[in-house]
Ligand binder design. Structure first.
Ligand SMILES: Cc1cc2nc3c(=O)[nH]c(=O)nc-3n(C[C@H](O)[C@H](O)[C@H](O)COP(=O)(O)O)c2cc1C
Ligand code: SF4
Length: 445
């Protein structure tokens, strides 16, 4: 149990997420006697460190590692952000912010459901499933109680937009939950916040109390905040529900889907916090946004959050390379995502054009990082985070690092793809196959 949940141990924790790993995280962990964790969500300012509830970035420490920015870099909790389009997700974080109460002004449930369905909005947590379709199933499933759950687990190393939204725009998320509750007839809301994000937890708790006291939530709709304990797989929706129920966070087979049989057996809509944060805007405008926020890390000129129109090429999202840096590849969508070599940086970023785009955490690597080093980092992550429920994933992820050659590695990938119960085991091979296709035997160097 203690090895499954890496936030249960007290003491110093040093981030070993992808960006921090390649920016001196392991050395800092040894120096500070810290336990490695994945990921503290300060990927733009690596390596991150947590002592108690205080999370700091690398610029709070002595500059270290090739990507260190020095002491003038913004503090960990305030990443730079910008938008290539009129911002929707970041609307309240760029430019002027409206009154919090305005986020909660919305029509009746039938109208909300109609507008969300007609908009064709797809979830931003990774699976890109149509939001309205999920809400319709939850509403049409007979029940005496329904739940809406905000997924703020944000497990992908390299991704930190959810942390920033929870810390700096909590009312947009809560208003999105209220809209969902009205549309499906839910009376209970749960915000599941990653254990590595103590500040996000505090702001969500405060905002929920403020919304309740100000009468912004419908009478009878109650929201509580649940904190994760440091397991990546708990971000998967069925595992997340088990975790809220107090059980070990293991995925279960689907169907039934949570919208039919979810939390405590009741119909439950689970949405990523970035999806929810768009809903108030969508209801005001009557149409969805086709934008997504990318979290940038590694050697790019402007690290931080960037909102872009889906379909924009990766190169435009990244902007310029820093002077003297030669890009080698990028990990897009986290450890279950995609690896793109620099020659493919004109790849459009959308859920259709790039399956595996996921939550659009993007870590860029220069020539100092070999394909083999990235592969080993991904194997470690897979072996450490597999929940162990099904054999192909439990055994297969442990064997990745020992595969002697390409044929053996591809066989393991195939086993994971065929035999895994959940999206974790199914997704682990994706970046490995990309690495093999782009870099061949360098993966074994
Ligand atoms: C291994 C695994 C981890 C996941 N982690 C997250 C996560 O941290 N946050 C998230 O929103 N979705 C995560 N998901 C996707 C959720 O299962 C689910 O599809 C999502 O929360 C639905 O919200 P959306 O439709 O708004 O994207 C994960 C999926 C898998 C397979
Ligand atoms: S695929 Fe892996 S993470 Fe998913 S249930 Fe099986 S063992 Fe657990």
């Amino acid at each position: 149990m203690r090895t499954f949940y890496d936030q249960l141990d007290p003491g110093v924790r040093v981030c070993d997420g992808t960006a921090c790993h390649f920016a001196g995280g392991p050395a800092l962990a040894r120096e500070a006697g810290g336990k490695p964790v994945r990921c503290l969500g300060v990927c733009y300012d690596p390596p991150g460190m947590r002592v108690g509830d205080d999370v700091t970035g690398g610029s709070d420490l002595a500059p270290r590692g090739a990507w260190g920015r020095g002491a003038d870099f913004p503090r960990a909790h305030a990443p730079p952000r910008r938008s290539l389009v009129p911002p929707v997700v970041l609307r309240n974080l760029l430019g002027s912010r409206g009154a919090s109460a305005d986020e909660y002004r919305m029509p009746d449930g039938d109208t909300i459901l109609r507008v969300v369905e007609a908009s064709g909005l797809r979830g931003r947590g990774g699976a890109a499933y149509p939001t309205g379709a999920k809400w319709r199933v939850a509403r049409d499933t007979p029940a005496d109680l329904r739940y809406v759950v905000a997924n703020g687990d944000e497990g992908d190393p390299g991704s930190y937009v959810d942390r920033v939204l929870m810390e700096q725009d909590p009312h947009a998320i809560l208003a999105g939950m209220l809209a969902c509750a009205r549309a499906v007839g839910a009376t209970r809301g749960v915000v599941f916040v990653r254990g590595e994000y103590p500040r996000a937890r505090a702001t969500m708790v405060e905002a929920a109390a403020e919304a309740r006291d100000a009468g912004w939530l419908d009478p009878g709709f109650e929201v509580e905040v649940h904190t994760g304990a440091g397991s990546y797989v708990c971000g998967e929706e069925t595992a997340l529900l088990r975790a809220i129920e107090g059980l070990r966070g293991e995925p279960s087979p689907k169907p039934p889907y949570p919208a039919q049989v979810g939390l405590f057996g009741k119909p439950t809509v689970i949405q990523n916090v970035e999806t929810l944060a768009q809903i108030p805007w969508l209801l005001q405008q009557g149409r969805r946004s086709d934008t997504k926020v990318a979290s940038l890390a590694g050697p790019v000129a402007e690290r931080g959050l960037v909102e872009f129109a889906l379909g924009t090429p990766l190169s435009a999202v990244l902007g310029a390379a820093p002077r003297g840096a030669r890009w080698k590849m990028a990990l897009v969508g986290g450890p279950l995502g995609r690896v793109l070599p620099a020659r493919a940086f004109d790849q459009p970023l959308s859920y259709d054009a790039l399956p595996g785009l996921g939550h659009a955490g993007i870590v860029v690597f220069d020539e100092t990082v070999s394909a083999g080093a990235l592969a080993r980092h991904l194997y470690d992550f897979a072996a450490a985070e597999s929940c162990g429920t099904c054999t192909p994933c439990r055994v297969g992820t442990a064997r990745l690092a020992r595969a002697p050659d390409r044929a053996a590695l591809e066989r393991l990938c195939e086993t994971l793809e065929i035999g895994s119960l959940c999206g974790f085991g199914l997704g682990v091979p994706r970046p490995i196959r990309d690495l093999l296709a782009a870099f061949g035997d360098e993966v074994f160097a």
